[in-house]
Design a protein around this ligand. Structure first.
Ligand SMILES: [Zn+2]
Length: 86
């Protein structure tokens, strides 16, 4: 029984976006940021641009890492389950 697929896990993954004005860490999910180009700082209301190369590459890296982990995890689980049924 699967409750959450890897795409949902990736979309709900929170990332920290630092405000360039007050340096407060703002937390946004990957799925939320994917369709948006800017957000307002929770702390001071400053506009934060989400489309920067640095942030986009961080998002891609996080997504890639989660996919690799998910594949390794499911392989390990299958291996362990196969062992149980022997
Ligand atoms: Zn701020």
């Amino acid at each position: 029984m699967e409750t959450m697929g890897i795409d949902e896990v990736i979309d709900s993954r929170q990332m920290e976006v630092e405000c360039h004005a007050c340096h407060a860490p703002n937390h946004r999910t990957l799925g939320w940021m994917r369709d948006r180009h800017e957000t307002q700082c929770d702390c001071c209301g400053e506009l934060i641009v989400l489309g920067t190369a640095d942030l986009r590459s961080k998002m891609r890296n996080t997504e890639r890492l989660l996919r690799v982990l998910s594949e390794q995890l499911s392989q390990t689980l299958q291996h362990n389950l196969a062992g149980l049924h022997r």
